[in-house]
Design a protein around this ligand. Structure first.
Ligand SMILES: *Cc1c(COP(=O)(O)O)cnc(C)c1O
Length: 435
């Protein structure tokens, strides 16, 4: 019997380890940073060590640690030379920060539809969105899978655009052997506690190959000031913020980064094992991993397919919500993540921005830019059908292993195969309640 209907729950309390995975090396690193953190000075040695380690890991020579991925992406947009009224292409289905970083530079996000297999920006739909104002493309490595960077690079080069990588969900993954964080001309990554490279609390990483871009990003990081050597002249040259990372978060992330290759391999193996089992179960479509890249499964996205069960009369939304309810009741954390593409959020629909419609009403912007859901039907479909495992609550990272993945798969087998009649009944009740 389904746990939801009073049967025994399949996943015992405590059977799935949360993310991040914290070991004694991490504790020691944070305590060492605590002991060396006074008196306060900038830059801290621990922060510089994190920056050097990310530079070495990615092969990007210039790295700045920031206090969020959102901050690192804003630094990347500014460092790319994006100015008020410029347009930046962003995938329609991503986290808000991939687009709001553009607004932070008083520039205009223009959304491109995504691909139903990779969940990333669809290279075939990019060029139709390019105008004379377009300056850059933000390529997001969504869920833990790198975007199609070679195709995007070719388009960017053809049109003189800067390719910016949003690496916030995919640290440790590779594309044609190259690491996430190095796939764009510049990149921004997140160290938020849930991410595949975690700072436990909040943090971010900016990276570039270009010294001038590094200089611009550093101004944004610290009050608009120029910082030659160690001395400050307290003279803001441009609008700048305080995006400095907390030293304890930097210490934790530095320690985690030392184990990132090993942890990523566990994630790849866990994801492959889970997919091998879920591919046998009708009603859900597991994620695809193209041969030229690896997937580290920050999220393990599933698309619900009631049609595969002959349930054409049940709305997708009712089936999705019933499945999520039943799986959660079995003790496995699953959720919808974002219910709508980014341009469908109120910020874009109402275009209030900074107030008075800025930056869309700014004199530098192209007049008449709007956000129509019909521009990204695939992103809409993904948001309607998607459920995700992963992140912190049903992590594919260590110490969870193949036996944990078997437990995950057992839940779907129970709910979608053994107890299918009960699930279908629940889906029908859900549909009735939806009206
Ligand atoms: C998490 C995330 C960000 C923002 O990072 P924060 O550290 O939370 O500010 C940006 N883009 C994507 C795709 C993300 O998942």
């Amino acid at each position: 019997m389904l746990a939801l209907d009073g049967g025994p729950r399949l996943v015992p309390e405590g059977a799935v380890a949360p993310w991040p995975h914290i070991v004694d090396d991490d504790r020691k690193a944070v305590l060492d940073a605590l002991d060396s953190a006074t008196p306060w000075h900038w830059p801290m040695r621990t922060v510089q060590e994190l920056e050097r380690a990310w530079a070495e890991f990615t092969g990007m020579p210039y790295v700045l640690a920031a206090n969020s991925g959102t901050a690192a992406l804003h630094m990347a947009i500014a460092a790319a030379g994006v100015e008020p009224g410029d347009e930046v292409l962003v995938p329609a289905d991503t986290f808000l920060a991939s687009a709001s970083c553009v607004l932070q530079a008083n520039a205009i996000p223009v959304f491109v539809d995504t691909d139903i297999e990779t969940f990333a920006i669809d290279p075939a739909r990019v060029e139709e969105r390019i105008t004379g104002r377009t300056r850059a493309i933000v390529a997001v490595d969504l869920n833990g899978l790198p975007a199609d960077h070679d195709a995007l690079r070719a388009i960017a080069d053809r049109h003189g655009l800067t390719l910016i990588e949003d690496a916030a969900q995919a640290h440790g993954a590779t594309y044609k052997g190259r690491p996430v964080g190095s796939l764009g001309t510049l990149s921004g990554a997140s160290l938020n506690g849930s991410k595949t490279l975690s700072g436990l609390g909040e943090g971010g990483l900016f990276a570039t190959r270009d010294e001038e871009q590094y200089r611009l990003a550093r101004r944004v990081l610290m009050f608009g000031e120029e910082l030659p050597g160690q001395s400050r002249d307290y003279n803001a040259r441009i609008m700048g913020w305080n995006y400095r990372i907390d030293v304890l978060a930097a210490a934790f992330a530095r320690s985690q980064l030392a184990r990132l290759p090993r942890m990523s391999r566990v994630r790849e193996e866990n994801g492959a094992a889970l997919t091998a089992r879920l591919a046998q179960i009708p009603g859900i479509r597991p994620p695809v991993v193209p041969e030229d890249r690896t997937h580290v499964f920050f999220f393990y996205p599933l698309l619900v397919m009631p049609e595969e069960l002959g349930l054409d009369d049940i709305p997708v939304a009712a089936f999705r919500d019933a499945l999520a309810q039943a799986v959660n009741a079995e003790g496995l954390g699953i959720m919808r993540w974002q219910p709508r593409p980014v341009p469908a959020q109120t910020l874009f629909q109402e275009q209030r921005g900074y107030g008075r419609g800025c930056p869309w009403t700014c004199g530098h912007a192209r007049p008449g830019i709007g956000y129509d859901p019909r521009d990204h039907p695939v992103a809409e479909e993904i948001c309607a059908r998607r459920l995700v495992l992963g992140q912190s609550f049903s992590s594919l990272g260590p110490p969870n292993d193949i036996s944990t993945m078997d437990l995950f798969a057992d839940v779907f087998h129970k709910v979608l195969v053994e107890e299918r009649d009960a699930l279908v009944a629940l889906a029908r009740r859900t549909a009735d309640a939806m009206g």
